[in-house]
Design a protein around this ligand. Structure first.
Ligand SMILES: [Zn+2]
Length: 374
């Protein structure tokens, strides 16, 4: 581990574990969920609100911040900790996922990824070396290696996934060699699509390069839930147990608990804020859609079991009105509620792991995984 970092495992329940990840900007109790602040802000939610909701670490995106406002600007203003209002731990995503999400405007070759920016029409090249330099300038506590993320379900999936997985390993070595900041941890990413043997081999080779933590990339892109659990377990067996493990970009509450049960420590996903902006809430009784007319005159709190500002201060009827009128307050309060729901779910998972009762929590969340019946 780097200067100012440590990771201590505190309790376990089967393969699930809870622990404490110490970074130069604060300690993180794991497992936990990282709200996504792509451009250095969680859309519509202020840093003090995130902290009150239980957030311990935020995730920002290297490529998007490189494009706007540029890492030199962020670095000049004190890095992410000084530039944004969040002075707790930060993790920066390397930009590898944008190979999937922005696939129609980029080219990938052995050097790196060339993005054609819609902002100014310029082409920007992200290489393993520049991904490290940008993340060091942004000053995140945890940087991610640049990987090539390929969805497992394309026509020529097998060849593409294998080639991308092998290239990701070569890039991982280049990232490892280029990374020089002693106060920033660097995590490696295993790929492998839906091929269990390939994923295991990728995890083993990534672990052999030697990183401060390890991530599962390229999941949640169409594979079945049960198959995903097998893929995660195969890679987990190759990661060193003493290092933190991160499941990238997933998912629904049940997916998070599947990950917790497999021994994952860190999660992120845009789903809580994206759903929140559309008036869709995760609740203890399942998904609620506030565009639905049935909430028009409902005086109850959105989720009676939730302790967030929305559920302790407003009715379902008022939220439905805000959502249907397109008021920004509705999107904001709903996003904040969904983040609190996710963060509280992981808080409950930590308690359950210590008590040996994770199976009961999974059963409860499984039972409320669908949409609440009208
Ligand atoms: Zn709430």
């Amino acid at each position: 581990m780097r200067v100012g970092f440590s990771f201590t495992l505190e309790a376990s329940d089967g393969a699930a574990r809870s622990g404490k990840l110490v970074t130069p900007h604060g300690a993180i109790e794991t497992p936990t969920f990282m709200p996504v602040a792509t451009y250095g802000a969680v859309r519509g939610v202020a840093p003090n609100e995130l902290r009150n909701a239980g957030a311990q670490i935020l995730l920002a995106n290297t490529y998007h911040l490189h494009e706007r406002p540029g890492e030199a600007c962020v670095e000049k203003l004190g890095g992410l900790h000084g530039f944004t209002g969040w002075n707790g731990p930060w993790l920066t995503d390397s930009g590898g996922f944008q190979i999937t999400s922005l696939a129609d405007r980029l080219d990938v070759d052995e050097r790196g990824v060339a993005f054609r920016s819609p902002l100014d029409g310029r082409t920007r090249l992200l290489t393993p070396e520049s991904a490290m330099a940008i993340q060091q300038a942004l000053g995140a506590d945890v940087a991610m290696a640049l990987d090539e993320c390929q969805p497992a379900r394309t026509a020529d999936a097998d060849l593409r996934v294998r080639a991308a997985t092998e290239r990701s390993l070569r890039w991982a070595e280049r990232c490892r060699a280029a990374h020089s900041c002693p106060e920033q941890a660097l995590f490696g990413i295993a790929q492998g699509g839906s091929d269990e043997a390939l994923r295991r081999a990728s995890a083993r080779a990534t672990a052999a390069i030697g990183f401060d933590g390890y991530a599962h990339g390229g999941l949640g892109l169409g594979e079945e839930r049960a198959a995903r659990s097998d893929l995660i377990a195969a890679a987990q067996a190759e990661f060193p147990a003493a290092a933190p493990r991160y499941l990238m970009g997933l998912g629904r509450p049940v997916d998070l608990l599947d990950g917790v049960a497999a021994g994952i420590d860190l999660f992120d996903c845009v789903l809580p804020t994206r759903h929140g902006r559309h008036g869709v809430l995760f609740t203890s009784r399942g998904l609620l859609r506030f565009k639905n007319a049935r909430f028009r005159e409902d005086p109850d709190p959105p989720d009676p079991k939730c302790d967030c500002p929305l559920c302790t201060g407003y009715s379902r009827a008022y939220l439905a009105h805000l959502v249907r009128s397109g008021e920004a307050l509705g999107a904001r309060l709903a996003s904040l509620h969904n983040l609190r729901f996710y963060l509280r779910l992981l808080e409950r998972a930590r308690v359950a792991i210590a008590a040996g009762s994770l199976a009961a929590l999974r059963a409860e969340v499984e039972a409320s995984a669908g949409e609440e019946a009208p």
